[in-house]
Write a new protein. Structure first.
Ligand SMILES: [Fe+2]
Ligand SMILES: [Fe+2]
Length: 251
């Protein structure tokens, strides 16, 4: 099976580039499309409307991250949405699905996401323990398992790669919004990449206009961040899952 996993979709610019470019990937025979949607609404969080907009573009399921609750309406709306995954290691008191099984063309793919603990402020449990728990739960029910590790530190992401090698089919890193050059198969066959980047403007900082962020770096004063609109790119990985997995960065 062929699977496309897209990095954090940032604001309207990210949604536009996905809308424009996703149909050509679908027409090439991609079976499953997943994406991280934590920045899809104005760069901060996601709403019910935006989630459905992305679904209508051809994305089967969305993962999230530390920005998942930036749009407070989503705390209520998540209960009505069955195609968005919350990080599995957030406190259980928070609403939302912690994994999903997506079925297409007779194949079942288990999907979950996790938040990292290094240099992240979120209240989460150990991502390694939760990963093992989710894999044990999903393995008997699925043909493949896909994990989005939303984390800052490359070492923590690589550690999860080694922890799950041979136990899942794909691990993608997200959150830094910058793609890394290490897409590879780990020794036991798991396809791995430290970060798949973002869908949005690359004449930016993290998808936002760089001038206000640069000014803040210079004078330390807070400013409103707005979505950048130039040099839009789709970034993610194209993965084949079968006897021999394969992974390729799309950028
Ligand atoms: Fe993000
Ligand atoms: Fe993030």
């Amino acid at each position: 099976m062929q699977l496309l996993f897209l990095g954090d979709i940032v604001g309207r610019s990210g949604r536009e580039v996905v809308k424009k470019q996703l149909p050509q990937w679908r027409s090439k025979g991609v079976d499953f499309v997943f994406a991280n949607g934590e920045n899809a609404a104005h760069g901060f969080g996601i709403t019910k409307g935006v989630a459905h907009e992305l679904r209508d573009m051809g994305i089967d399921a969305l993962t999230t991250g530390n920005h998942v609750w930036d749009q407070r309406s989503f705390l209520q709306d998540i209960n009505d949405i069955d195609f968005v995954c919350l990080p599995a290691n957030l406190p259980t008191q928070q609403p939302g699905r912690r994994h999903m099984i997506v079925e297409r063309n007779g194949k079942r793919v288990g999907l979950f996401c996790l938040l990292g603990q290094a240099f992240m402020a979120d209240k989460v449990s150990c991502p390694f323990e939760m990963a093992s728990k989710k894999v044990a739960e999903l393995a008997p029910l699925c043909d493949a398992i896909v994990v989005d590790f939303h984390a800052e530190a490359t070492a923590e992401k690589m550690a999860l790669g080694w922890h799950l090698d041979g136990k899942v089919d794909l691990i993608v890193g997200t959150h830094t919004h910058i793609p890394t050059a290490d897409a590879r198969l780990l020794p036991k066959g798991t396809a791995y990449i430290t970060d798949i980047g973002m869908c949005g403007s690359y004449d930016s900082i993290l998808g936002f206009n760089y001038d206000t962020i640069l000014q803040k770096a210079l004078d330390g004063l807070p400013r409103k961040h707005t979505i950048a609109t130039e040099n839009l790119k789709l970034s993610g990985v194209l993965v084949s899952i079968g006897k021999q997995n394969a992974i390729q960065l799309i950028f």
